[in-house]
Design a protein around this ligand. Structure first.
Ligand code: PGA
Length: 255
């Protein structure tokens, strides 16, 4: 089953819209048409950069795709500070990260709200990148499989196979995020296999077509060995996506 890898940069709360222009322009200069054929290339900047980058991507006809880092599940209403899925769709956003561990740990996202956000993203024709991953304590207690399995079931609860088929899942062990310490390719591959197993229980016929990324301290120096693993269908990259040279080297890992 061939699954086109997705390499997505999660800028988190970095780069204002002026810097965003420079970063995306530099990234585009460093990539070749073949890079986009081998993998989808996505940048997920802060909300305030989206309109500027949409304009740049349109004007220069770039193949880089836009992603957002979160959204709210209602289309509109009295929800001060929130941004809705249809607002993102209007900005040509293609991917939306939902349930990143920072949202879960710092901003109260739960399996239930992740499920609502995922539905909202799909309803408006975008692709969710659903993040799952265990804490260091869970990892050391041997509870990784149980944790990612339950997060996966929670995120996709009640969702039909046809809707789930296009979703991307990102396995991000929390202890590997921003720490410089990535999961070994073997461990990442094994846990992604567990996630695919949980998806197969839900969606027997479509789970093998769903893409599952690895995230957590991905860098130019380790992307090759990660991408060589059969279950890993791309990467969600934080720190190393901020620098266009580093991110380009990650995107064109096969060159
Ligand atoms: P990192 O972050 O690459 O800086 O570890 C990954 C993420 O949080 O998506």
């Amino acid at each position: 089953m061939s699954r086109k890898p997705v390499i997505a940069g999660n800028w988190k709360m970095h780069h204002d819209h002026y810097v965003a222009i420079q970063v995306v322009q530099k990234l585009s200069y460093r990539l070749e048409p073949a890079d986009y054929e081998r993998a989808e290339v996505v940048v997920c900047p802060p909300f305030t950069d989206l309109r500027t980058l949409q304009t740049l991507i349109d004007a220069d006809r770039l193949e880089i795709q836009l992603g957002a880092q979160d959204c709210y599940w209602e289309d509109q209403g009295a929800f001060t500070g929130e941004v809705s899925a249809p607002m993102l769709a209007k900005l040509s956003v293609r991917y939306v990260i939902v349930g990143h561990s920072e949202r879960r740990q710092l901003f109260g996202d739960t399996d239930e709200t992740v499920n609502k956000k995922l539905r909202a993203v799909l309803k408006h024709g975008m692709v969710p990148i659903v993040c799952v991953g265990e804490t260091l304590e869970e990892n050391e207690a041997g509870a990784t499989a149980e944790r990612v399995g339950s997060q996966t079931r929670g995120a996709f609860a009640g969702m039909k196979a046809a809707d789930a088929a296009g979703c991307v899942v990102a396995y991000e062990p929390i202890w590997a995020i921003g720490t410089g310490r990535n999961a070994t390719p073997d461990d990442a591959d094994r846990t992604i296999g567990v996630i695919r197993g949980a998806l197969r229980d839900l969606y027997r016929d479509t789970a093998d077509a769903m893409r599952i990324q690895y995230g957590g301290s991905v860098k130019p120096g380790n992307i090759g060995e990660l991408m060589a693993m059969p279950e890993i269908d791309g990467a969600l990259v934080g720190g190393a996506s901020l620098d266009p040279d580093d991110f380009a080297r990650i995107v064109n890992w096969r060159r």
